[in-house]
Design a protein around this ligand. Structure first.
Ligand code: IVH
Length: 700
């Protein structure tokens, strides 16, 4: 069985590699999912063959990440940057003066966040951010979810231990999607894909990081005694081990070739699905690099040429104020149309009042518009020379342009909000549009325009009204016919089966995104429990900070929101979580603390197994703890405390035998008979001889 599981893992790893790295899949999504499900099934049936590097573990977990600070074995330096070809020529002249002839490798400069990956015996051991160059954060749990980062290397010839560095980035499509989702729940969007990638690496939940669709390109091997003599050779080898190495790379022998590479990519990069901000020029030969050495901050053997951001000068004609679902008011500039990076730009985001004041943007001004990594062009400056006479500083609207209510600013927020949640039309319509969206109630057939129409015609004033809609009424609306009316009614009916977590997301509590809603549903189990929770209880829940807790409490204090929930409940929507089916009750009610690292299971997987078999896990050892599940390098404090309190200490193998009994229990209802180590036997102070403490000398 072990061989079969291993074989399946290799096969899935290979399909992943072909799909994500080579862009050349052999099989379709359906077949791939079937393989993955088969592996999941086998792994669940055989927890003894678990492996944290298995492709099933790429989904991450909701356990809070710790992000320990780690010292870099080799400092992570930066590059000297320039915008001028003359300075590249000077760089080349310096290199030649120092070492004579030299060949260069030109590469794209990826606009993401730097990462150092350490591999030990072909397995990913650690992923560390650049930090201050000397020390970075250990973000391994999140990096493990990136499909282009191999967890186990392919091929042969890799050193037993080495570090490879590169860039983690968020592709433009994923960036756009993420920002749309953020705006939808009232979170400020990320300014650019670089910030989005850096922010995603620091997420507490690796399950959420997995959903961020990050990507990783590698561009340098570091270490002494590497078995290569050139950079190009090292990357070509790394490619055969499964790493994603960019194809946009060339060996250049002189300035002319460097110049051609830069000119080509300055245009061609606009068609790439990710952001780049320049070209890096590196000496290819490692021996020559050693002779050139480093300055305090950067290598003398490399330099970065930065592309100029594309910029155009145009005129600010007027400013519109858009009111979103959460009441956030966004100023949008109407511009004299201008050609920028191949498209005609007529509108640009002005972000918020602070940004406008900072740049002192005034109506009628000549303004610079830029397209960086951002999708929506932004105004980056004002041409003061062409400012019309008598212009006055821009005044942000004081009242909501839609409903006339006085705008407010919340502490720590740059944006203005319309507080009239209950009666401001775009907020009402926006909330209904959010309610029916795919990740919420997933009601088909109703687009933004139809919702607006239903609202304008007085048929729907809130989400609960959707459940009173009748087919005859819908069928006579413009652009709808009988068929779409049927479709909508069916879809509304079907939405009553949507699980609690998504209903919680759908009702639109500010800052409660999809992942937070899932967490809240899992922890509070029902809307009643959630409504009854105090702010302290909310903050104590996993992944809920002060900001979210206050927003939840505010939401349920609001009379309109409470009425909406009550009416939706009457219509039959789910406001309680379903009980998860347990694999067994072998650990029924037992409390575990997990500490250290384990050979066969990740800590997250162990937590899952405990839950699946009816047990509970907590972070710290107390008198209530039944077992300390101890791995390697366990914290001495936990161990001492466990001994003092008489908590039993078990290792991974012993834990497996506890739940292996449990699997049999699940199949036969008379549980104690069939289970070698039954739950009853494991109750505290009994059968102590069956559970041997781990070798404590290891830890002392
Ligand atoms: S080589 C000694 N190659 O640019 C530094 N860096 O400004 C060697 N970057 O921190 C770095 N693309 O995050 C290198 N093809 C590339 C790169 C690249 C992007 C980033 C990297 C580094 C920063 C330096």
């Amino acid at each position: 069985m072990r061989e079969k599981i291993e074989q399946l893992r290799r096969e899935i790893d290979d399909h992943n590699y072909r799909y994500y790295v080579l862009n050349d899949p052999l099989i379709g999504d359906y077949e791939f999912d079937a393989l993955l499900r088969e592996l999941q099934r086998l792994e669940e049936a055989h927890p003894e063959f678990a492996d944290p590097d298995s492709p099933t573990q790429r989904v991450g977990s909701d356990t809070a990440n710790a992000f320990e600070t780690v010292e870099h074995r080799y400092p992570m330096l930066s590059l000297s940057n320039t915008y001028s070809m003359d300075e590249i020529r000077e760089f080349d002249a310096r290199v030649r003066k120092e070492v004579g002839e030299a060949e260069y490798v030109c590469e794209l400069k990826f606009d993401g966040t730097a990462i150092g990956l350490t591999y030990e015996n072909g397995r990913l051991a650690r992923a560390v951010t650049r930090g201050d160059g000397t020390r970075g954060d250990d973000v391994t749990a999140n990096v493990r979810t990136i499909r282009t980062v191999p967890l186990r290397l392919k091929g042969e010839g890799f050193p037993p231990q080495f570090e490879i560095r590169g860039e983690i980035f968020m592709p433009l499509g994923s960036f756009e999607r993420l920002n749309r989702e953020r705006e939808d729940i009232g979170e400020a969007p990320f300014a650019n894909p670089r910030n989005a990638a850096a922010g995603s690496l620091k997420l507490q939940s690796s399950a959420e990081a997995a959903r961020r669709e990050l990507d990783c390109t590698l561009y340098s091997m570091v270490g002494e005694n590497l078995p290569f003599s050139t950079h190009l050779e090292s990357l070509e080898k790394a490619r055969t081990w499964g790493f994603k190495i960019s194809d946009a790379m060339a060996l250049c022998r002189d300035m002319e070739e460097i110049d051609a590479f830069i000119r080509h990519w300055d245009t061609a990069r606009k068609t790439l699905p990710f952001a780049t901000d320049g070209v890096v020029i590196k000496v290819n030969d490692f021996a020559l690099r050693n002779r050139l050495g480093f300055t305090a901050k950067a290598p003398r053997w490399a330099v970065a040429y930065k592309f100029k951001a594309e910029r155009a000068l145009t005129r600010l004609l007027s400013v519109d104020f858009q009111v979103g679902r959460t009441g956030a008011v966004t100023p949008v500039a109407n511009l004299e149309p201008v050609l920028l990076a191949g498209t005609v730009v007529k509108r640009a985001s002005l972000h918020n009042a602070e940004q406008i004041a900072l740049l002192d943007i005034r109506l009628g001004d000549g303004v610079y518009v830029e397209k960086g990594g951002e999708i929506i062009p932004k105004i980056t400056g004002v041409d003061l020379d062409s400012r019309p006479e008598g212009s006055r500083p821009f005044e942000f609207v004081a009242r909501c342009p839609e409903c006339g209510t006085e705008l407010v600013k919340y502490e720590g927020e740059a944006r203005h909000y319309c507080p009239n949640q209950s009666h401001c039309p775009p907020q009402i319509v926006g909330r209904i549009v959010h309610f029916i969206s795919r990740k919420a109630m997933n009601i088909d057939g109703l687009g933004d325009e139809t919702v607006q129409l239903l609202y304008d015609s007085g048929l729907v004033a809130d989400a609960a009204d959707l459940y009173d809609l009748r087919r005859e009424l819908l069928a006579v609306l413009p652009r709808l016919g009988e068929k779409s009316a049927d479709n909508i009614i069916n879809s509304i009916e079907k939405s009553k089966q949507v699980p609690f977590a998504r209903v919680l997301f759908a009702i639109g509590i500010r800052f409660v995104g999809e992942a937070t809603a899932r967490n809240l549903a899992a922890q509070f189990r029902s809307i009643d429990e959630l409504m009854a929770a105090t702010t302290e209880e909310l903050v104590a829940a996993e992944e809920v900070g002060e900001k979210i807790a206050v927003s939840i409490a505010d939401f349920f204090r609001d009379e309109t929101a409470r009425r909406l929930v009550a009416r939706l409940r009457e219509k039959g929507l789910r406001f309680e979580a379903e009980e998860k089916a347990l694999s067994s009750d072998a650990l029924g009610g037992l409390r575990f603390v997990i500490s250290g690292t384990f050979a066969r299971h990740s800590r997250d997987r162990l937590k899952e197994l405990i839950e699946q078999h009816g047990g509970r896990h907590t972070g710290s050892v107390s008198a209530n703890t039944d077992f300390l599940l101890a791995g390697d390098n366990i914290g001495p404090a936990k161990l001492t405390k466990a001994r003092k309190l008489g908590v039993r200490i078990i290792d991974e193998t012993e834990f497996e035998s506890m739940i292996a009994g449990g699997t049999a229990v699940a199949e036969t209802p008379s549980r104690s008979a069939s289970s070698p180590v039954s739950a009853e036997k494991l109750q505290k102070n009994e059968a102590a001889e069956e559970i041997k403490p781990v070798q404590t000398s290891l830890f002392e």
